[in-house]
Design a protein around this ligand. Structure first.
Ligand code: HAM
Length: 407
């Protein structure tokens, strides 16, 4: 006898069918919204050569958070911690054949060796929406509009979230004006990124600057233009946040982050920004790029806060209960006809009492049942019962698909 742990590996989740249903709701809402803006799906392997992340992702993620191992051929391999370098690699490889602008999305699972806590796990799924080949702020406004629409399509109202906007170029310029050298500026940017997570920000900032650090930039014209254009498109829950950094080194311009405003879940939900120079790591010319990553873990927390996860319903629409063994062949035939008409149907062959067959369907959250015996087979009329409402209707087979159609 062995005694292997039944819990999943630390910081990852099992998805039992009910969890999978809410997960699919999250993924489908992301997918539908991205596609509604003309973004098309791509994908790639979870395995990447480790060097892909060394050039520009940022020290913390590469040194402390990647799952990296040596394969049997001696290659350094990393389980992707984010999708952006993979996307940049794919675009760099086919740059000549691709027609720009490119609007692509993907919903990969990503792996980061983090301390598991609320909103942070070691495996998460992340919607990535990115546009390549657009230099002006129509890229920023479109990407932020997609982000805002996903929140709305989940049912979160604008009052409950805030889109914070900043510009990496503005930070660089301001730090230069304050006469910080390159090393000080780099450390200061890392510190700004952590501002909300530490208590002694000012002290550390003064240390890095070697004098009192007084950070007070005004929004750039770019930032104001983005905010005003979004307003004209009906998106007003935006604010300029001079401290917003975002972790990755590859961002070059506008960065944004969406914050939940509820007291129970007051935190950053997701974000992104402009990264015009990432293709340079492949020895390619730069291509303007803008996008964001939205994680499923933080989104699930928000949806739970606002009670926006739909009630579980089985993907099985109809359960056919069989009165006796003789009714099974005919029940199977009826099931086949219904499946061809888009109904998901299972047939009970347990030989148990009708009452317990119906109870089973109810327990599994299957919304409809019919019971088939000799009477039904002879009359070709079936009592279709809605287990939620108790409503019962006598119908012919061809009426069933429309009666039980999903909302
Ligand atoms: P990121 O800020 O590292 O950006 O991740 C984006 C989002 O993914 C986070 O805001 C959060 O929702 C989710 N996320 C990240 N790490 C975890 C974790 N350990 N557990 C749960 N959720 C997590 C990026 O990854 C950029 N590559 C996004 C991007 C795309 N920028 C441009 N295009």
């Amino acid at each position: 006898m062995t005694n292997i742990e039944k819990d999943p590996y630390k910081g990852v989740r099992d998805f039992y069918p009910e969890d999978m249903a809410s997960q699919n709701h999250i993924i489908n809402t992301m997918r539908k919204t991205a596609e509604s803006f003309g973004y098309i799906e791509y994908s790639a392997s979870v395995l990447e050569p480790a060097e892909l992340y060394r050039a520009k992702s940022g020290e913390e993620i590469v040194n402390e958070q990647t799952y990296t191992f040596t394969d049997r051929g001696g290659r350094d391999v990393t389980l992707r911690p984010e999708m952006t370098p993979t996307l940049a690699r794919m675009i760099a490889k086919k740059k000549k054949e691709l027609a720009f602008p490119i609007r692509w999305y993907s919903i990969p699972n990503l792996f980061r060796y983090e301390r598991p806590q609320k909103g942070r796990l070691r495996e998460h799924w992340q919607l990535n929406v990115d546009i390549f080949g657009v230099e002006d702020i129509s890229a920023e406004t479109e990407i932020i509009e997609v982000a805002s629409n996903i929140m709305r399509n989940f049912g979160v109202i604008d009052d409950n979230f805030e889109i914070r906007i900043n510009d990496r170029a503005l930070i660089d310029e301001t730090l230069k004006e304050m006469r910080l050298n390159e090393d000080q500026a780099y450390r200061m940017k890392k510190l700004l990124d952590k501002k909300n997570k530490i208590d002694n920000f000012q002290e550390e900032a003064d240390n890095i600057a070697g004098k009192e650090f007084n950070f007070n930039p005004k929004p750039s014209k770019q930032i104001t233009d983005v905010i005003n254009t979004l307003k004209s498109r009906g998106i007003s829950n935006t604010v300029f946040d001079p401290y917003l950094m975002r972790g990755f080194d590859y961002y070059t311009g506008i960065v944004f982050e969406v914050f939940d405003k509820s007291p129970e879940n007051n935190r950053s939900l997701f974000g992104g920004g402009r990264y015009d120079r990432l293709l340079e790591i492949f020895g390619e010319e730069k291509i303007p790029a803008m996008g964001f990553g939205m994680g499923d873990v933080t989104m699930r927390d928000v949806l739970e806060t606002y009670n926006l996860i739909p009630e579980y319903r089985s993907s099985t629409d109809l359960y056919i209960c069989t009165v006796d063994q003789d009714s099974i062949p005919e029940s199977d035939k009826i099931a086949d006809i219904l499946r061809k008409n888009g109904v998901n149907v299972a047939v009970d062959k347990s030989g148990k009492k009708i009452g317990s067959q119906i109870e089973y369907a109810d327990k599994k959250n299957i919304p409809f049942v019919i019971c088939i015996g000799k009477d039904e087979i002879d009359s070709e009329q079936y009592k279709l019962k809605n287990l939620k409402t108790g409503e019962e209707n006598s119908v012919a087979i061809d009426e069933i698909p429309n009666t039980i159609k999903r909302k």
